[in-house]
Design a protein around this ligand. Structure first.
Ligand SMILES: C[S@@+](CC[C@H](N)C(=O)[O-])C[C@H]1O[C@@H](n2cnc3c(N)ncnc32)[C@H](O)[C@@H]1O
Length: 236
């Protein structure tokens, strides 16, 4: 399905990065970022343009070939790995950031992958996610109807229990991200701005957004004396 979707000259989700990633990417420490289900490269290329070393994983060869092309056009390098996330090993202490932008995995595969994500991040590494909530299944703005691949704040917190969440929100937002993630388009003409719903799409998107990080842990014990007791927790 994805190879077919990506088998056109244009980019199904556009070439601009996801809005949530764009707003939050600076929280990721400089270094290596793993992008889960990268697709055609818009997010990986954006991060590479901002100095990150990005590894993009996706099952779609066609999508990843376009990701390489987009990177070349932008004068940056990214690494692409064609792999099924059901089998992909994210390693340990590998990544300064892991991003998951609309990565539609069946819950069983997602849980098994998430069980390895906290260790895959370096201590202090940041996880950023935007995903569909089940409420999105009633919309026509992308994400399909399979609620098993969708996520809520509660399931995410449970499945990534080892990470510390600094932002976790289900919301509704307008989205303009290519042909397949567009809730509202604007077409101007003759001084009049007309709202339209491209491709029969008519709603905003109902996503879950999350930012979490792997704790650095406390390895050093301080003497139990007021002088050594920090006002704020020594580590988080
Ligand atoms: C909705 S697209 C999002 C693409 C990209 N993250 C973006 O926001 O532009 C979902 C992507 O998930 C990928 N995908 C779905 N199941 C996958 C799996 N099991 N392993 C790896 N990639 C997968 C598809 O190939 C597709 O590129």
């Amino acid at each position: 399905m994805w190879d077919e979707r990506y088998g056109t000259q244009d980019y199904a989700y556009g070439t601009e990065p996801n809005d949530f990633l764009k707003a939050r990417f600076r929280q990721i420490p400089r270094g290596r970022v793993l992008s889960l289900a990268e697709g055609e490269g818009r997010n990986a290329v954006f991060l590479a343009r901002h100095g990150y070393r990005v590894t993009a994983v996706d099952t779609s060869r066609v999508g990843l070939d376009k990701a390489y092309r987009l990177a070349e056009e932008n004068g940056v390098a990214i690494e692409c790995v064609q792999a099924d996330l059901a089998e992909f090993d994210p390693g340990e202490n590998e990544w300064d950031g892991i991003i998951s932008i609309f990565c539609p995995l069946p819950s069983a595969i997602r849980k098994s992958l998430y069980a390895r994500l906290d260790k895959a991040l370096k201590p202090g590494g940041v996880f950023l996610l935007e995903a569909y909530t089940p409420a999105q299944a009633n919309n026509d703005t992308g994400g399909g109807k399979d609620t098993d691949t969708m996520q809520t704040a509660a399931t995410l917190r449970q499945e990534l229990a080892a990470l510390r969440f600094v932002h976790l929100q289900e919301l509704e937002r307008p989205v303009i991200e290519g042909r397949y993630h567009t809730g509202r388009g604007r077409a101007g003409g003759g001084g009049k701005v007309e709202e339209r719903w491209p491709h029969g799409l008519r709603h905003s998107l109902i996503p879950l957004q999350a930012q979490a990080f792997r704790s650095r842990g406390c390895h050093r014990r301080l003497p139990d004396h007021p002088r050594y007791r920090p006002a704020a927790p020594a580590c988080v």
